[in-house]
Ligand binder design. Sequence first.
Ligand code: SF4
Length: 382
Amino acid sequence: MTVNLLEHDLESLAAFCERLGEKRFRAVQLFRWIHQRGCSRFEDMSDLAKSLREKLKGVAHVKAMDVISQHISADGTIKWLFDVGGGNAVETVFIPEDDRGTLCLSTQAGCAMGCRFCSTGHQGFSRNLTTGEIIAQLWFAEHFLRKHLKRDERVISNTVMMGMGEPLQNYSALIPALRMMLDDHGYGLSRRRVTVSTSGLVKKMDLLGVECPVALAVSLHAPNNALRDYLVPLNIKHPLEELMPACVNYLEHAPRDFITFEYCMLDAVNDSDAQAQELVQLVKKYRNSVSWCKFNLIPFNPFPASGLHRSKPERVQGFAKILSEAGITTTVRKTRGDDIDAACGQLAGDVVDRTRVTVRIARQRSSELNSSPLDVPSDAKI
Ligand code: SF4
């Protein structure tokens, strides 16, 4: 059984090379071939000694998960479904904009957090992804896009861990993957452009700030414990009295001077004027100024099992106005990839349980046998 080198950040690749009797600089060369050039064939790594290339062939390989399907939205958003074995699949979404290319990555197959408005939460938890499975999503997407769009320079400028799973519940696999994203020999992304989203695992937030501070987004979704207990069940364990101070503490390490609060707008559940005012008070309670956070209001993407509905656009605007007038920077997220079920909270699509994942994989495989799922139109907007 050979080792997949996508599992190794640079430090661990150096240790691997040392065990093969090779110097550290060989690990740097190897790492650059893999992550900067997207090369998976040792025989093509021309500046590595032939003897090392031969050695590597016997003990290692470089491979992403199989792509089950690829869907391209009219707005240029691309969604891939990757097979992670055992009947499990994870989704990765590329969102092109004029000034950036953002990749939304999954960190777990399913999710144990059970947030009411999230279709992944309704799917249940299968397993943590490995470091290699997390970084493989970026490795595959970056080099696939460069090749198909005939671009030499970097296509993906931002990554967000907002796909399937609670990233901080898979902390030990996440950290090396983040380091590979940040590494100048890897993807060289700025800490400000790598965002971890959490539903509020406060101890892991503290640890992240110390060990690998990147931008932080917190799924808030409610202005008080009673409602948040219902929408984000993790709140029962870590209520707002723990979460909010953890957010403020994170600012000491954060690459940006604010935390982003995600707030999914749910009709007649959390979208009233009174709740907007309650949010303002909540923010003020933990710091004198309100500039320490920003709000991102997310239009809910309904799915049948949720029993929830999307707030009306005018309600979202009214809610945003109250926050903005209180001095809080507030944005309303544009929905992207609606037509391919790639919008926020839709990852896992129509999956309702693990059996259905298996069925869905089989269905998608057979439906795409006769198509060419890996063709990106040359006019895709990037
Ligand atoms: S919103 Fe995030 S943490 Fe909550 S269930 Fe969905 S994937 Fe898990």
